[in-house]
Design a protein around this ligand. Sequence first.
Ligand code: PEP
Length: 243
Amino acid sequence: MHKNPIIIANWKMNGLKAEGLEIIRALGNYARDQKNISEIVICPPFTLLFPIAAALGDLKLGGQDCSAYEKGAHTGDISAMMLKDAGCSHVILGHSERRQGHNEQNEMVREKSSRALEAGLTAIVCVGETLEERKQARALEVIGEQILHSLPKISSPANVIIAYEPVWSIGTGLVPKDSDIAEVAEFIARIAKGVRIIYGGSVKSGNAAEILKLNHIAGLLVGGASLDAGEFWRIINSANIHA
Ligand code: PEP
């Protein structure tokens, strides 16, 4: 088990202000009753960044995406500096829902990651294979390509986290075998030396501890289960109990 695992909540396009603040309030109450050893990052929708920043306590804040550009005529986009200004320390980039739903290619993810690092944010760069690619035994090849082309040149272990998120596992309840996660984590550790590697894809309180015990896994990226404060706190506790 990594000494200080990072547990990241990706709320995606969920949560109005009252609901988001309620989750933060509940997490704050749990945290008061019990010391925890994890670094916790909450990535809410953009509209909730400011109200949540004001209620964060010991939690950290992250964006779910940022623009590939610094500023200017890009209607609807949010820059990395704007995230920093709203109180963010992290930003998720290259999530498969953006790679697929918004046709984001590796090169664009690299530009976004570069803007994130320039703004002083930690880039959480997501990589992962589709089910078809896994069936074709191409998972490592695809992940290798994604890492080679979507990490910024100036990246370092201090400002980049790689999230291994098999596309077929996100929101489906399907989780790869431990040995498959470990194989990918080992591969990533070899080509991105020193960079923290985390796992995401249908993480729940029932499987978090087992995944956190795998070699090279330094944290978790949690989607659906992070919208339930009790369940998310149990996931955070998996890191505490087994530390
Ligand atoms: C995610 O969206 O990054 C994710 C891991 O989602 P879920 O936990 O719901 O599979």
